[in-house]
Design a binder for this molecule. Structure first.
Ligand code: ATP
Length: 252
């Protein structure tokens, strides 16, 4: 794999029982890039992110053990110099592959500060303090809300907290799954600005979204996903000018 590549998923194929959710996806993320995956509901974005984070593998094993849903994952995932296809989620996090999942799964009964500290499990104390400072800088509102149970936060605040918690794990490659879902346009702008800031501080980002308009301006490259397959790819600018993307995702 070329040195500039941080992640390469090759021919990724995911079935839930006999239904294909991710269909032969090959995707590359280079160091320092912000890469977007655009797609509408059910396009397979979350399945892709779960596959890259290892959570899908874990779920597949769990389901198999209890005789539940049959989840089949094929293809390979290369991260840096390593083939991580069969690696569990935790060792992926240790290597800096960190997912901020869709629908902001924060711990509702824990406070904002506790949620953040949970994200930093086992990091040295000084590292935790540095990361916490970065999160407070990025989202000053969260600092003011630090003692409040996360369940009492607004949707936008919870999304910021979910991003903050993932940052506490120290991502090298930050996987952000649909961070704008259900947020007002004003809050969307703030979340996107934060993601841009995270990237500018040196973290590589892979972001999925159904809202192309706010996301495309911050991506270096993007992929369009439809029915589980990648149907288009290009630079952020190319995708913004593409008539199909404009019609499908800009309403223009
Ligand atoms: P959304 O924006 O709705 O989350 P998405 O692009 O993230 O959409 P996925 O959630 O990955 O898409 O779903 C891809 C396809 O797989 C859809 O057809 C969905 O119904 C199906 N699917 C997702 N999870 C499961 C599951 N556990 N069992 C069966 N089918 C599933």
């Amino acid at each position: 794999m070329p040195r500039s590549e941080l992640l390469r998923a090759t021919d990724l194929l995911v079935f839930y029982e006999n239904a294909v959710a991710v269909n032969n996806v090959t995707l590359v993320v280079r160091r320092g890039e912000v890469v977007g995956v655009l797609g509408s509901n059910g396009a397979g974005k979350s399945t892709l992110m779960y596959a890259l984070s290892g959570l899908l593998l874990e779920r597949a094993v769990r389901e198999e053990r209890r005789g539940g849903e049959r989840i089949t994952i094929l293809g390979t995932v290369q991260y840096g110099d390593e083939d991580i296809t069969t690696l569990r989620p935790h060792p992926r996090v240790v290597r800096g592959l960190v997912l901020c999942p869709e629908r902001r799964r924060v711990f509702a009964e824990s406070t904002v500060a506790e949620n953040l500290l949970i994200g930093a499990f086992r990091a040295p104390r000084r590292t935790i303090a540095d990361r916490l400072r970065f999160v407070w800088d990025l989202f000053p509102d969260l600092f003011d809300l630090r003692s409040r149970p996360a369940g009492f936060l607004s949707g936008g605040e919870q999304q910021m907290l979910a991003i903050g918690r993932a940052l506490m794990a120290g991502p090298t490659l930050f996987l952000v799954d649909e961070p704008l879902l259900g947020l007002s346009p004003m809050v969307q702008v703030r979340v996107i600005a934060a993601i841009r800031e995270i990237a500018q501080r040196g973290t590589t980002v892979l972001i999925t979204e159904q809202y192309a308009r706010p996301v495309l301006p911050i991506v270096d490259r993007g992929y369009v996903m439809e029915g589980g397959s990648i149907t288009l790819s290009g630079t952020g600018g190319e995708l913004m000018r593409n008539p199909h993307v404009r019609a499908a995702y800009f309403g223009a």
